[in-house]
Ligand binder design. Sequence first.
Ligand code: FAD
Length: 370
Amino acid sequence: MASTPGQQPSSTAPSTPSTPVSSSYLIIGAGCFGASTALHLARSEPGARITLLDRTPFPCPSAAAHDLNKIIRSEYTDEFYMRLALEAIRAWKSDPIFSPYFQQTGILFATTQEHASKIVENYTSVAAEKADSMASVPVETIEPEVARGRFGGIFRDTDWDGVETCLWNAEAGWGDAENALRNVISSAIALGVKFLPLAVDRLLFDQTGGCLGARTVTGVDLHAEHIILCTGAGTAKLLADSAPGSPRLQVGGRLTAAAAVMCAYRVPADQMAKFGSAPIVVKAVGDTPGESIPPGKAGLLKCTHELSFTNTVYHGGLGDNISIPPEDPLHSTWSHDVPSQLKIETERVRAMLYGKYLTSLVPEFYRMCW
Ligand SMILES: Cc1cc2nc3c(=O)[nH]c(=O)nc-3n(C[C@H](O)[C@H](O)[C@H](O)COP(=O)(O)OP(=O)(O)OC[C@H]3O[C@@H](n4cnc5c(N)ncnc54)[C@H](O)[C@@H]3O)c2cc1C
């Protein structure tokens, strides 16, 4: 199979330290990681040849990053993730590519004492190093019963089952995920990144096992010096299809594609005022762990059941099971084609978080997000 002209590795002309060498990158998958990688590479290496691929025109509706909204928070027990999240929140607030899509609502994080203490400990450790405002401890502890009377009373009826304490962080918010993702990719393209709406069938290797590029489902071979896989929940299948005889290249036990179910509820106009000062709420404990993002201008309240599930299939070439999203895009995009039990789960989350305080909400669509 011939390589596509223009996608060859960059110039091999001799270089000196004063001659910047332009690199070529092939980024497979234009979700959160792929799009962001393309943008940041284009910014940091203006001469690089960067190609970004996804299965559909961007943004791909099956990408986890393509969503009504996503929570942007830094409440993590892993200090490394907390530091990354604090850096990301700064970018969401200050980088013009992201900031138009950020809504600062704050977050109420309802959990156990132990979990909350670890998060506060991390904030304290980060704050001890730096004196800037984002690095100061941004959380206030609120008792669950006290939370009922705050935030305009939106948690008046909340079932705090399993909750020992709540952390309130006014710095957090949500991102308009679909539109932010579109803008990141458009901005990368404006900086010279080439986007191709092509699914990758398999990766190409040389005789030593080095990755040379990828073959698309349309039979086009794309080569680059650096091949970056950002294929999210599709990674196990791509590796199994590409190198079934190389166990070390397989995902194995390192990654599991998992989904969670969510519902976007249409909030009647006469109920919208109840969300005037409503934050995001994450209730990570109890029988029904769930989270909710308050409605923006679209008037849609998102409720997500936090318990995830998997879809395991036998891969003939590999001779083993892999965990992958279902093939039908209806099972990874917004639709009503969701098993009824999962619809009940999202309703449980809604009832747990808002009880009878909200009435006449109508499910607009559901999603199994992988
Ligand atoms: C239910 C749910 C809720 C979440 N909520 C939040 C939240 O509120 N806040 C938060 O920060 N994070 C949240 N996340 C996590 C977040 O969505 C993911 O961490 C993030 O989207 C992962 O980015 P990614 O680029 O790895 O994968 P994705 O965004 O899924 O992108 C992968 C891309 O690879 C493409 N691809 C796959 N295979 C191929 C192929 N063979 N050829 C070409 N392209 C391919 C896909 O089409 C897709 O576009 C949530 C995740 C889920 C599942």
